[in-house]
Write a protein that binds this ligand. Structure first.
Ligand code: ATP
Length: 276
Protein backbone atom coordinates (compact mmCIF):
# COMPACT_ATOMS: atom_id res chain seq x y z
CA UNK A 1 0.00 0.00 0.00
CA UNK A 2 1.06 3.60 0.09
CA UNK A 3 2.88 2.69 3.26
CA UNK A 4 5.10 1.28 0.65
CA UNK A 5 8.62 0.61 1.69
CA UNK A 6 8.47 -0.03 5.39
CA UNK A 7 6.20 -1.99 7.64
CA UNK A 8 4.47 -0.08 10.36
CA UNK A 9 3.52 -1.92 13.51
CA UNK A 10 1.17 -0.86 16.23
CA UNK A 11 1.47 -1.97 19.80
CA UNK A 12 -0.35 -5.22 19.03
CA UNK A 13 2.12 -6.10 16.34
CA UNK A 14 -0.29 -5.43 13.48
CA UNK A 15 1.70 -4.80 10.34
CA UNK A 16 0.59 -2.71 7.43
CA UNK A 17 2.73 -3.93 4.58
CA UNK A 18 3.63 -2.41 1.28
CA UNK A 19 3.11 -4.25 -2.02
CA UNK A 20 4.09 -7.70 -0.85
CA UNK A 21 0.98 -9.77 -0.63
CA UNK A 22 1.10 -13.11 -2.42
CA UNK A 23 -1.31 -13.24 -5.32
CA UNK A 24 -0.36 -16.42 -7.10
CA UNK A 25 -2.49 -19.54 -6.84
CA UNK A 26 -0.98 -22.82 -5.66
CA UNK A 27 0.58 -25.36 -8.03
CA UNK A 28 -2.00 -26.34 -10.69
CA UNK A 29 -4.41 -23.84 -9.22
CA UNK A 30 -5.88 -20.72 -10.73
CA UNK A 31 -6.83 -17.27 -9.59
CA UNK A 32 -10.59 -16.74 -9.69
CA UNK A 33 -12.44 -13.47 -9.22
CA UNK A 34 -15.96 -13.11 -7.83
CA UNK A 35 -17.68 -9.85 -8.69
CA UNK A 36 -21.11 -9.35 -7.17
CA UNK A 37 -23.55 -6.51 -7.56
CA UNK A 38 -27.06 -5.61 -8.50
CA UNK A 39 -25.90 -4.93 -12.08
CA UNK A 40 -29.08 -2.99 -12.79
CA UNK A 41 -27.76 -2.60 -15.44
CA UNK A 42 -24.14 -3.76 -15.91
CA UNK A 43 -22.06 -0.90 -17.33
CA UNK A 44 -18.57 0.04 -18.52
CA UNK A 45 -17.43 0.87 -14.97
CA UNK A 46 -18.06 -2.73 -13.89
CA UNK A 47 -16.30 -4.12 -16.94
CA UNK A 48 -13.30 -1.80 -16.50
CA UNK A 49 -12.90 -2.88 -12.88
CA UNK A 50 -13.07 -6.57 -13.77
CA UNK A 51 -10.67 -6.23 -16.69
CA UNK A 52 -8.10 -4.29 -14.66
CA UNK A 53 -8.34 -6.84 -11.83
CA UNK A 54 -8.01 -9.77 -14.26
CA UNK A 55 -4.89 -8.24 -15.81
CA UNK A 56 -3.23 -7.13 -12.60
CA UNK A 57 -3.90 -10.31 -10.61
CA UNK A 58 -3.82 -12.87 -13.42
CA UNK A 59 -7.41 -13.96 -12.87
CA UNK A 60 -8.23 -16.89 -15.11
CA UNK A 61 -11.94 -16.31 -14.54
CA UNK A 62 -14.09 -13.50 -13.22
CA UNK A 63 -17.58 -14.62 -12.19
CA UNK A 64 -20.13 -11.82 -12.48
CA UNK A 65 -22.74 -12.60 -9.86
CA UNK A 66 -25.96 -10.60 -10.02
CA UNK A 67 -27.69 -10.69 -6.64
CA UNK A 68 -31.28 -11.84 -6.66
CA UNK A 69 -31.98 -9.90 -3.49
CA UNK A 70 -29.13 -7.78 -2.15
CA UNK A 71 -29.21 -7.72 1.65
CA UNK A 72 -29.21 -3.95 1.94
CA UNK A 73 -32.31 -2.01 1.22
CA UNK A 74 -32.27 -0.68 -2.32
CA UNK A 75 -33.03 2.92 -3.12
CA UNK A 76 -35.03 1.65 -6.08
CA UNK A 77 -37.00 -1.50 -6.86
CA UNK A 78 -34.68 -3.89 -8.63
CA UNK A 79 -35.29 -5.06 -12.17
CA UNK A 80 -36.20 -8.75 -12.38
CA UNK A 81 -33.19 -11.03 -11.86
CA UNK A 82 -33.59 -12.64 -15.25
CA UNK A 83 -33.18 -9.31 -17.06
CA UNK A 84 -30.13 -8.33 -15.02
CA UNK A 85 -28.60 -11.74 -15.62
CA UNK A 86 -29.32 -11.52 -19.36
CA UNK A 87 -27.59 -8.14 -19.54
CA UNK A 88 -24.57 -9.51 -17.68
CA UNK A 89 -24.43 -12.41 -20.14
CA UNK A 90 -24.53 -10.03 -23.11
CA UNK A 91 -21.91 -7.65 -21.72
CA UNK A 92 -19.45 -10.42 -20.87
CA UNK A 93 -19.70 -12.27 -24.20
CA UNK A 94 -16.47 -11.00 -25.78
CA UNK A 95 -14.10 -11.66 -22.89
CA UNK A 96 -13.29 -15.30 -22.36
CA UNK A 97 -12.29 -14.79 -18.73
CA UNK A 98 -15.68 -13.27 -17.86
CA UNK A 99 -18.40 -15.69 -16.81
CA UNK A 100 -22.03 -14.77 -16.04
CA UNK A 101 -22.90 -16.59 -12.84
CA UNK A 102 -26.15 -17.98 -11.41
CA UNK A 103 -24.67 -18.38 -7.94
CA UNK A 104 -27.23 -15.99 -6.48
CA UNK A 105 -30.09 -16.90 -8.79
CA UNK A 106 -33.52 -17.17 -7.15
CA UNK A 107 -33.46 -20.08 -4.69
CA UNK A 108 -29.76 -20.57 -5.47
CA UNK A 109 -30.57 -23.98 -6.96
CA UNK A 110 -28.79 -23.24 -10.20
CA UNK A 111 -25.47 -23.23 -8.39
CA UNK A 112 -25.75 -26.93 -7.66
CA UNK A 113 -23.83 -29.14 -10.06
CA UNK A 114 -25.97 -30.19 -13.00
CA UNK A 115 -28.72 -27.64 -12.43
CA UNK A 116 -29.21 -25.66 -15.60
CA UNK A 117 -31.91 -23.22 -14.63
CA UNK A 118 -33.09 -21.80 -11.33
CA UNK A 119 -35.86 -23.78 -9.68
CA UNK A 120 -39.15 -21.90 -9.48
CA UNK A 121 -39.48 -19.96 -6.25
CA UNK A 122 -41.89 -21.64 -3.86
CA UNK A 123 -41.17 -19.62 -0.72
CA UNK A 124 -40.38 -15.93 -0.29
CA UNK A 125 -36.84 -15.35 -1.55
CA UNK A 126 -34.09 -14.80 0.99
CA UNK A 127 -31.48 -12.07 0.68
CA UNK A 128 -28.14 -13.14 -0.79
CA UNK A 129 -25.24 -12.82 1.60
CA UNK A 130 -21.72 -12.73 0.18
CA UNK A 131 -20.38 -15.06 2.85
CA UNK A 132 -22.81 -17.79 1.73
CA UNK A 133 -21.98 -17.22 -1.93
CA UNK A 134 -18.26 -17.35 -1.29
CA UNK A 135 -18.55 -20.55 0.74
CA UNK A 136 -20.71 -22.16 -1.92
CA UNK A 137 -18.28 -21.16 -4.65
CA UNK A 138 -15.27 -22.37 -2.68
CA UNK A 139 -16.79 -25.83 -2.41
CA UNK A 140 -16.48 -26.03 -6.21
CA UNK A 141 -12.87 -24.77 -6.35
CA UNK A 142 -9.67 -26.71 -5.82
CA UNK A 143 -7.59 -26.14 -2.68
CA UNK A 144 -4.86 -24.72 -4.88
CA UNK A 145 -7.18 -22.13 -6.45
CA UNK A 146 -7.14 -18.64 -5.02
CA UNK A 147 -10.33 -16.63 -4.74
CA UNK A 148 -10.43 -12.84 -5.07
CA UNK A 149 -13.48 -10.79 -4.16
CA UNK A 150 -13.83 -7.76 -6.44
CA UNK A 151 -15.48 -4.63 -5.08
CA UNK A 152 -15.53 -0.87 -5.57
CA UNK A 153 -14.36 1.28 -2.72
CA UNK A 154 -17.81 2.84 -2.22
CA UNK A 155 -19.28 -0.57 -1.49
CA UNK A 156 -16.24 -1.60 0.57
CA UNK A 157 -16.81 1.31 2.95
CA UNK A 158 -19.84 -0.62 4.29
CA UNK A 159 -18.16 -4.00 4.59
CA UNK A 160 -18.12 -3.93 8.41
CA UNK A 161 -21.94 -4.09 8.32
CA UNK A 162 -22.04 -7.19 6.15
CA UNK A 163 -23.05 -10.57 7.55
CA UNK A 164 -20.03 -12.37 9.05
CA UNK A 165 -17.73 -9.67 7.72
CA UNK A 166 -14.64 -11.02 9.46
CA UNK A 167 -15.24 -14.51 8.16
CA UNK A 168 -15.77 -13.17 4.64
CA UNK A 169 -12.54 -11.19 4.73
CA UNK A 170 -10.71 -14.30 5.92
CA UNK A 171 -12.20 -16.51 3.18
CA UNK A 172 -10.72 -14.65 0.21
CA UNK A 173 -8.43 -11.85 -0.84
CA UNK A 174 -10.16 -8.61 -1.67
CA UNK A 175 -9.46 -6.44 -4.70
CA UNK A 176 -10.81 -3.00 -3.91
CA UNK A 177 -11.08 -0.54 -6.80
CA UNK A 178 -10.08 2.73 -5.24
CA UNK A 179 -10.58 6.20 -6.60
CA UNK A 180 -9.19 9.66 -6.00
CA UNK A 181 -10.31 11.21 -2.76
CA UNK A 182 -10.06 8.02 -0.71
CA UNK A 183 -7.13 7.57 1.63
CA UNK A 184 -5.49 4.52 3.03
CA UNK A 185 -6.95 5.49 6.37
CA UNK A 186 -10.48 5.35 4.89
CA UNK A 187 -9.80 1.81 3.71
CA UNK A 188 -8.30 0.59 6.99
CA UNK A 189 -11.06 2.18 9.03
CA UNK A 190 -13.74 0.47 6.93
CA UNK A 191 -12.67 -2.87 8.35
CA UNK A 192 -14.82 -4.53 11.00
CA UNK A 193 -13.84 -4.17 14.61
CA UNK A 194 -11.24 -6.71 15.54
CA UNK A 195 -9.53 -6.41 12.15
CA UNK A 196 -9.32 -2.63 12.14
CA UNK A 197 -5.87 -1.38 13.14
CA UNK A 198 -5.67 1.00 16.09
CA UNK A 199 -6.53 4.62 15.27
CA UNK A 200 -2.98 5.65 16.19
CA UNK A 201 -1.73 3.42 13.39
CA UNK A 202 -4.15 4.57 10.71
CA UNK A 203 -4.19 8.28 11.51
CA UNK A 204 -0.90 9.07 9.73
CA UNK A 205 -2.31 7.55 6.53
CA UNK A 206 -4.92 10.19 6.07
CA UNK A 207 -2.91 11.79 3.30
CA UNK A 208 -1.87 8.58 1.57
CA UNK A 209 -3.80 7.55 -1.51
CA UNK A 210 -5.53 4.17 -1.31
CA UNK A 211 -3.16 2.00 -3.33
CA UNK A 212 -0.91 -1.04 -2.95
CA UNK A 213 -1.62 -3.92 -0.58
CA UNK A 214 -2.92 -3.88 2.95
CA UNK A 215 -2.01 -7.05 4.81
CA UNK A 216 -3.26 -7.61 8.33
CA UNK A 217 -3.90 -10.75 10.34
CA UNK A 218 -7.13 -12.09 8.87
CA UNK A 219 -7.36 -9.82 5.85
CA UNK A 220 -5.50 -9.08 2.63
CA UNK A 221 -6.66 -6.16 0.53
CA UNK A 222 -5.29 -5.27 -2.88
CA UNK A 223 -6.08 -1.69 -3.78
CA UNK A 224 -6.50 -1.21 -7.48
CA UNK A 225 -6.09 2.32 -8.72
CA UNK A 226 -7.27 4.19 -11.75
CA UNK A 227 -10.22 2.04 -12.80
CA UNK A 228 -13.16 3.89 -11.32
CA UNK A 229 -15.15 5.46 -14.15
CA UNK A 230 -17.71 8.19 -13.69
CA UNK A 231 -20.67 6.03 -14.54
CA UNK A 232 -23.31 4.53 -12.29
CA UNK A 233 -26.31 2.32 -12.88
CA UNK A 234 -28.44 5.00 -11.22
CA UNK A 235 -27.44 7.58 -13.84
CA UNK A 236 -28.08 5.06 -16.61
CA UNK A 237 -31.57 4.25 -15.34
CA UNK A 238 -32.34 7.96 -15.24
CA UNK A 239 -30.99 8.47 -18.75
CA UNK A 240 -33.01 5.51 -20.02
CA UNK A 241 -36.16 6.92 -18.43
CA UNK A 242 -35.56 10.09 -20.42
CA UNK A 243 -35.12 8.11 -23.62
CA UNK A 244 -31.43 9.05 -23.98
CA UNK A 245 -28.90 7.06 -26.00
CA UNK A 246 -27.04 4.79 -23.56
CA UNK A 247 -24.15 3.41 -25.57
CA UNK A 248 -21.51 5.68 -24.05
CA UNK A 249 -22.02 3.92 -20.71
CA UNK A 250 -23.00 0.44 -21.84
CA UNK A 251 -22.20 -2.35 -24.23
CA UNK A 252 -24.41 -1.72 -27.30
CA UNK A 253 -25.97 -5.18 -26.87
CA UNK A 254 -27.07 -4.22 -23.36
CA UNK A 255 -28.45 -0.89 -24.61
CA UNK A 256 -30.36 -2.80 -27.27
CA UNK A 257 -31.73 -5.24 -24.69
CA UNK A 258 -32.89 -2.34 -22.49
CA UNK A 259 -34.66 -0.75 -25.44
CA UNK A 260 -36.32 -3.97 -26.63
CA UNK A 261 -37.68 -4.80 -23.17
CA UNK A 262 -38.57 -1.24 -22.27
CA UNK A 263 -36.52 -1.41 -19.07
CA UNK A 264 -36.24 1.67 -16.86
CA UNK A 265 -39.06 3.47 -18.65
CA UNK A 266 -41.36 5.72 -16.69
CA UNK A 267 -42.36 5.41 -13.07
CA UNK A 268 -43.93 1.96 -13.08
CA UNK A 269 -41.37 -0.13 -14.88
CA UNK A 270 -42.66 -3.02 -16.91
CA UNK A 271 -39.56 -4.94 -15.93
CA UNK A 272 -40.72 -5.13 -12.32
CA UNK A 273 -44.29 -6.13 -12.99
CA UNK A 274 -43.91 -8.61 -15.82
CA UNK A 275 -41.39 -10.32 -18.02
CA UNK A 276 -41.78 -9.98 -21.74
P1 ATP B 1 -26.32 1.87 -8.45
O1 ATP B 1 -26.03 3.19 -9.14
O2 ATP B 1 -27.65 1.27 -8.77
O3 ATP B 1 -26.06 1.93 -6.95
P2 ATP B 1 -23.74 0.78 -9.32
O4 ATP B 1 -23.43 1.44 -10.62
O5 ATP B 1 -22.99 1.29 -8.11
O6 ATP B 1 -25.30 0.77 -9.04
P3 ATP B 1 -23.64 -2.00 -8.49
O7 ATP B 1 -24.19 -3.14 -9.26
O8 ATP B 1 -24.33 -1.58 -7.26
O9 ATP B 1 -23.50 -0.76 -9.53
O10 ATP B 1 -22.11 -2.25 -8.18
C1 ATP B 1 -21.46 -3.48 -8.19
C2 ATP B 1 -20.02 -3.25 -7.84
O11 ATP B 1 -19.39 -2.43 -8.84
C3 ATP B 1 -19.78 -2.53 -6.50
O12 ATP B 1 -18.66 -3.14 -5.86
C4 ATP B 1 -19.45 -1.10 -6.92
O13 ATP B 1 -18.63 -0.43 -5.97
C5 ATP B 1 -18.74 -1.32 -8.24
N1 ATP B 1 -18.90 -0.18 -9.16
C6 ATP B 1 -20.04 0.46 -9.45
N2 ATP B 1 -19.83 1.47 -10.33
C7 ATP B 1 -18.51 1.45 -10.62
C8 ATP B 1 -17.65 2.24 -11.48
N3 ATP B 1 -18.13 3.25 -12.17
N4 ATP B 1 -16.35 1.91 -11.55
C9 ATP B 1 -15.86 0.88 -10.81
N5 ATP B 1 -16.61 0.12 -9.96
C10 ATP B 1 -17.91 0.39 -9.87
Amino acid sequence: MGLATEDVKDETGVALQGNRARTNAGKNGMNVGLFGGSFDPIHRGHLALALAAAERYSLRQVLFVPANIPPHKQKHPLTAFIHRYAMVALATQDEKRFVPSLLEAPEGKAAEPGAAVPAPASAPAQANYSIDTVRRLKRTLKKSDRLFFLIGIDAFRDVAKWREARALLAECNFIVASRPGYSLRDVAESLPEGLRPAAAVTRPFDKQAAKGDLVLPGVTLHLLEGVQQSVSATAIRQAAAQGKVLTRWLDPRVADYIRKHGLYRGKVRRSESQLT
